[in-house]
Write a protein that binds this ligand. Structure first.
Ligand code: ATP
Length: 265
């Protein structure tokens, strides 16, 4: 049974959502409209948008700058209220849905170590132990960095901590807003590979936002294209994983995606 989203903010970077039962991790976006009121008047970002996301799938929303990708992601995560419509989640048998939010910049607390930055989002979790933080840091290759401060880490390592922190609350759903766009391409590429390995291992539903078509094809089961206030295309990516971005079949899919993307007026 589906359940309407209710956000209880745990930190800037994670949003706890509760309610519902079964098929945990499915997302149902229903007739979403978002209008911003500004000094210059109103701006309708999108109107009457609906789509469904399968539990455990990796779905990416792409669109030009200003098309409303972050707005959509923030409504799904509960950071923003829609003007009209609703988002429903399928919850676990316990009736819970937890959602982890990874931002473009990891937003770590500078006076906290890696472990403490994870501990911070577990303040209300009686089962939290340092071992749990270490286990998640191990997952992203930060075993030798538990007690380092953010200033002692590279940009890629800081983003790894951001991803780890979101994963450490064991969310059914991970929303990621251009998490690799501030990183150099070599680091971004290794993080993409790690993310896919983690996703395959943990089976989370991932809702990912990017403006990078190659990144979207490399990562996703499905790409939603947002433009002119609507989802104008919904493309399944049927390439085997791991994906070779230089392979003939990848380049063919990429060209198809580019053609479809440019079909929007
Ligand atoms: N809080 C706000 N108040 C008013 N307008 C807003 C607000 N947030 C976003 N907008 C407007 O909504 C539109 C969509 O913004 P959004 O950040 O969702 O786009 P985006 O596709 O994520 O862009 P980018 O790829 O550049 O990050 C933009 O025109 C933006 O100016």
């Amino acid at each position: 049974m589906a359940s309407e989203v209710r956000q209880s903010e745990q930190t800037d970077d994670t949003a706890g959502v509760t309610h519902g039962t079964s098929a945990a991790g499915a997302i149902h976006v229903r007739n979403l409209t978002k209008v911003f009121d500004t000094d210059e008047g109103t701006e309708t970002v999108f109107e009457d948008v609906s789509f469904d996301i399968e539990p455990g799938s990796f779905v990416t929303l792409i669109g030009r700058s200003g098309s409303g990708k972050s707005t959509m992601l923030n409504i799904i995560s509960g950071v923003l209220e829609p003007t009209e419509g609703r988002v429903e989640f399928e919850a676990t048998q316990d009736g819970d849905v937890t959602l982890g939010h990874v931002f473009q910049s990891p937003r770590l607390l500078p006076w906290n170590t890696c472990v403490e930055n994870i501990e911070y989002v577990h303040e209300a979790n009686p089962d939290y132990t340092r071992e749990l933080a270490e286990e998640y840091l191990d997952l992203v290759g930060l075993s030798n960095h538990y007690d380092k401060y953010p200033s002692q880490l590279s940009g890629g390592q800081r983003q790894r901590v951001g991803i780890t922190r979101a994963l450490s609350i064991d969310p059914e759903i991970l929303v990621m807003d251009e998490p690799f766009s501030n990183l150099d391409e070599i680091t971004a590429e290794s993080l993409r590979e790690e993310l896919i390995e983690i996703w395959q291992k943990l089976g989370k539903t991932v809702f990912f936002v990017t403006h990078d078509i190659t990144e979207a094809i490399e990562l996703s089961d499905r790409i939603l294209m947002l433009g002119n206030g609507e989802i104008f295309d919904d493309m399944s990516i049927d390439l085997d994983r791991p994906r070779d971005v230089d392979s003939e079949e990848f380049l063919k899919v990429r060209q198809d995606a580019i053609n479809r993307f440019h079909a929007i007026k």
